[in-house]
Design a protein around this ligand. Structure first.
Ligand SMILES: [Zn+2]
Ligand SMILES: [Zn+2]
Length: 448
């Protein structure tokens, strides 16, 4: 019997009545005003507006125009930087950032120091999460020891210890033979193999998308081929082995096409896309702001449109932030020398709401679906606004405008590519595993 995969810190169950609030959860069939009672960790009752009375000791939140109660989001790709890089982030600050962004669960990557590639280290991280994590955390340990691409980690043992799957994120599994071997082990022990796709013989020395802008800026370019050829190769290996593979942070037309073709073959493939790849392009790199430097690099408008269409059609299954904190002094260096990555947990919903929903490019209900779909991809329960379910809820104000970063960040790092942008849509309250884990200052409540 393997360990329960999601871990969170101690939390007091909320006692809450949300009255006459617009509930939106396409999976549960909600899109309209309801009363929702939360208690003992669960959604106790859902009734017609005004039908539920406030019990003693309950906090009352009244609905108003612009408010939406959504299932809380799940992020299958974050870097919490612990152990070893706590100057960037740790379990406490990273999960606080997640709570502020409306997430009830995140999945942490293993490119830490030391690399998360052993059962004892996984055990100690899970113990730490049980003390410190504001929201639930799951872990993807490394596919290969030390992310070196040479020897497989102890996959079966790691699964016993609660690993949701495996990834070498931050690096590709460069050897096709090594990946094939990992997928053969996966058949025995289960779990999803998540892949950061990058052919380093093509990307080496590059710091942005290869094209006219990289040439004009005199920066080394990374061709989209670096990603797409690996996606095509690894999809074929997964198809051959009938293995379950998840492609991380897709960034270009050719990768979306490769995933689409693989799914048409019936291969067990899924894929994610980040808010920054959905909203920004190589044009945003012109100012050489190092917060715009990430892998894969921001590509062209045609690539961005293909990612958006892929997300709409379901070729791309979910949104993932790839929240990648770096300290200020690490990012305040010339563009070529800066580490890759942007934070994203605190801005994901607002940025996508502003850039895609308000512009008519994506329905709000579909955005909610794609921001929660990461759960089932990793065999976790999907947050659902349904009577009796564990309470995982996000209350947002779709009318609230704010400037990203204006009042600081919950994350320890501030390298956010959306910093300084005016966004519309704000998380007011997050309930995760039945407890209130985030409350925005502006949220007015009636005291019990
Ligand atoms: Zn990556
Ligand atoms: Zn990553």
């Amino acid at each position: 019997m393997s360990a329960q995969p999601l871990i969170h810190g101690p939390a007091e169950p909320a006692a809450l009545l949300l009255r006459d609030v617009h509930v939106l959860d396409p999976r549960a069939g909600h899109d309209g005003p309801c009363d929702v009672r939360v208690g003992g960790g669960r959604i106790v009752e859902i009734g017609t507006p005004g039908s539920l009375g406030k019990d003693v000791g309950e906090e009352l939140i009244e609905g108003r125009a612009g408010l939406r109660l959504l299932p809380a989001f799940v992020d299958p790709h974050v870097h919490l930087r612990t152990p070893g890089q706590e100057h960037k982030e740790d379990l406490q600050t990273g999960t606080r950032a997640g709570a502020a962004g409306g997430f009830c669960a995140v999945i942490a990557m293993p490119n830490t120091d030391p690399v998360l590639d052993s059962a004892p280290l996984l055990r100690s991280l899970r113990d730490e999460a049980a003390r410190e994590a504001r929201i639930s955390v799951g872990f993807l340990p490394a596919i290969t020891r030390g992310l070196q691409g040479e020897q497989l980690s102890e996959m079966a043992e790691l699964r016993q210890e609660g690993a949701l799957g495996f990834t070498d994120d931050g690096r590709p599994v460069q050897s096709a033979g090594m990946l094939r071997k990992a997928l053969q082990y996966q058949r025995l022990c289960g779990g999803v193999v998540a892949l950061h796709e990058e052919d380093r013989t093509l990307s080496l020395g590059g710091s942005m998308h290869e094209g006219a802008i990289s040439a004009a800026l005199g920066l080394g370019g990374i061709p989209t081929l670096s990603e797409s050829t690996m996606v095509a190769r690894d999809a074929a290996i997964a198809g051959y082995e009938d293995a379950r593979v998840h492609f991380q942070h897709l960034s270009c037309v050719a990768s979306v096409d490769a995933v689409s073709a693989s799914k048409a073959h019936g291969w067990r493939i899924s894929a994610e896309v980040t808010p920054h790849h959905l909203l920004l392009t190589e044009d945003d790199v012109r100012g050489m702001d190092t917060r715009m430097k990430m892998y894969p690099p921001l590509a062209t408008e045609a690539d961005r449109q293909a990612l958006l269409e892929g997300l709409r059609s379901g070729t791309i299954d979910c949104v993932a932030s790839d929240h990648a904190p770096h300290a200020r002094d690490e990012k305040e260096v010339p563009f070529e020398q800066a580490p890759m990555g942007t934070t994203g947990l605190e801005t994901a919903f607002a940025a996508l709401h502003t850039g895609l929903v308000l512009t008519g490019a994506l329905e709000l209900g579909l955005l909610v679906e794609r921001m929660t779909a990461g759960a089932s991809l990793f065999d976790l329960p999907t947050p659902l606004i349904a009577q009796g379910d564990q309470a995982n809820l996000t209350l947002v104000d779709l009318d609230a405008e704010w400037v990203a970063g204006e009042s600081g960040w919950e994350s320890r790092s501030e390298n956010c590519c959306f910093a300084g942008r005016r966004l519309q849509g704000r998380v007011l309250l997050t309930v995760a595993a039945g407890a209130i884990v985030y409350r925005e200052r502006a949220l007015a409540t009636v005291e019990s």
